[in-house]
Design a protein around this ligand. Structure first.
Ligand code: FES
Length: 371
């Protein structure tokens, strides 16, 4: 039964017409107010998915508001979900025009109804499938595939994967250079809830190929080896592009007490024309530790001839011909698989660790609670 109307004046008609879609608070109701094709609309500002601000989205040609966080759509006047998802609706509010003013009845919205959307395939629980140990190699070097060059980091990664196969492991090589994936667009900076697992971009853009990396890291592999060249003292640009997109895996650790990465091992290969191996390896170790990976003893191998050597032909020749580096890569794979095998055999699920000192875990709050 309809309640007594509570009409709230939300502004002048002429003024509100100037903005196609905006967030307006009317008393305690957060609204997404729109104007299109001569008609006003008012629906709840909170998206059904994880509460994205619909008033900050866009209106498509058919009159649906597209949520700015992950792209779900709701009609700007009726609040109904897009075709096929009509039952998934956000509240819409009665609206009228009076003496040049726009009024919304905040007491009589339609009911919100959430219809489950099919979860993204990556959203399944990460449960290890039976079978031999699995090692994923991630190549991060950038090159022109039409005119390929020798890559020292790729070369050693190949040795590592070869060795893993000889030890009976399954392997998968992912070359970031061959994937088409968007750079992180900073959903985390909009809101903690906007950076979701699976990644917002992955959920919205079926063509984005970062899902290959997520699938391998979160679901498939028992161990990974990430290989990078050093570019001006840092890992490659593609490495960082991948790392930024892995924020959605880390966010689950720090905000939801949930660990997507359990019982998995990481190792690294770092090859530099010049210096900075320790800084690059340190940064990689730090990031993958925050994701929840575990490390074998001596978790990385590296090679560089130092600041004074710009003769790249010799650098390349040394990496290509060095038996010691090839053996080092093979031994790294063996160490990673050895630890991964022990973890799989023990089926030891890491327990959640005490809060203080971990990224995103409040410390002052404890003191303030106590006071
Ligand atoms: S919060 Fe709106 S689509 Fe995710």
């Amino acid at each position: 039964m309809a309640r007594e109307a509570q009409w709230i004046d939300i502004g002048a008609e002429e003024e509100l017409k100037k903005t196609p879609l905006q967030h307006i608070t009317a008393k305690n109701a957060a609204l997404a107010v729109s104007f299109k094709d001569g008609e006003f609309g008012a629906v709840s500002n909170a998206c059904n998915h994880v509460g994205g601000p619909l008033g900050e989205g866009r209106i498509d040609d058919a009159g649906y508001i597209q949520c700015p966080w992950h792209g779900w759509k709701f009609h700007r006047c009726t609040g109904l979900g897009e075709p096929g998802f009509e039952e998934d609706r956000v509240p819409s509010f009665p609206l009228k025009l009076e003496k040049g003013r726009v009024l919304v009845d905040i007491a009589n919205p339609t009911k919100r109804n959430k219809k489950p959307h099919a979860p993204h395939p990556l959203a399944r629980d990460p449960v290890r499938a039976p079978g031999p140990l699995r090692l994923a190699g991630i190549s991060t070097t950038v090159m022109d595939t039409g005119n390929p060059r020798f890559s020292g980091s790729d070369h050693l990664l190949d040795h590592a994967l070869d060795a893993a196969r000889k030890l009976g492991a399954e392997t998968r090589l992912i070359k970031l250079n061959e994937l088409k994936f968007r750079a992180c667009e900073g959903y985390f900076s909009k809101s903690l809830r906007a950076c979701t697992w699976p990644c917002s971009i992955t959920q919205m853009d079926a063509k984005d190929e970062m899902d290959r990396v997520y699938e391998a890291l979160v679901h498939w592999a028992d161990a990974i080896i990430v290989a990078t060249p050093i570019r001006w003292g840092a890992a490659s640009s593609l490495y960082f592009k991948m790392v930024e997109r892995l924020n959605c895996v880390q966010v689950d650790v720090s905000t939801k007490e949930k660990q997507l990465i359990g019982n998995k091992v990481a190792g690294f290969i770092v090859v530099g024309g010049q210096d900075n191996i320790q800084a690059v390896a340190g940064s990689m170790l730090s990031f993958f530790a925050e994701l929840g990976f575990l490390f074998p003893k001596f978790p990385y191998i590296a090679h560089s001839r130092g600041w004074s050597h710009e003769d790249m032909e010799n650098n390349v020749r040394i990496v290509r011909e060095s038996k010691a580096l090839a053996q080092g890569a093979a031994a790294l794979a063996a160490r990673c698989l050895d630890l991964a095998g022990k973890l799989v055999a023990a089926a030891e699920v890491p327990t959640l660790i005490e809060r203080g000192g971990l990224k995103g875990r409040p410390v002052m709050a404890d003191i303030m609670d106590r006071d």
